[in-house]
Write a protein of this length. Sequence first.
Length: 230
Amino acid sequence: MERCLITGASRGVGRAIAVRLAREGRILLLHGRDRKALDESCRMVHDKGAVAMALQADISTLAGIEELVAMVGQDDLNFLVNNAGVAHVGPFEQTTPKQWQETLAVNISAPFWLIQKLYLRMKPGSAVVNILSVAAHTAFPRWSSYCMSKSALEGLTRSLREELRPRGIRVINVYPQAAATALWDKIEGTWSKDKMLPPEEIAEAVVYAVERPGQVQVDSISLGHIEGNQ
């Protein structure tokens, strides 16, 4: 059985990735903080013929990461998808220390610690996928801490790719433009979801990358709407 860990799988892009990866012969380890939403993701994965396990943990703390790693267990892990993320949007001078630290913890530290603690369970041909953003390369006003975190994660994972290459572990970075998820309902402003990417398209890119033959390295995939950034 192939085993896949997906963080932030309770809704949105993470749920879409889980559903697209789901098939017979796979165990999907779905991480999130909202148990009700996580259970719904598990149900959707079961409907596709895969085994699903809900792993509830707060990965903004090292203790929560250790708890998640313990729940993953010692069996081999084929895919690790670092999808969980936070976005605090507003003028930079209004960013609070708590918001800044949470951004660092979830968007940068959590992927690093998870890769460090789980890579020994990954055999040649396995893959780590990091869901970044066009914000890693593009400046957006009011999104300073988010852009910072995605740029930092890019630099981190490009380096880790070279460290893990000799072990046959592939590190893949995915750079989507805005995805049409419920996130935008909580962000001040007018946003046109019909001009955003469906989460399913991001999931399709992830599956394409990880299901290449084990010796094929897809470094990165960039995805966007034909009309550009929203």
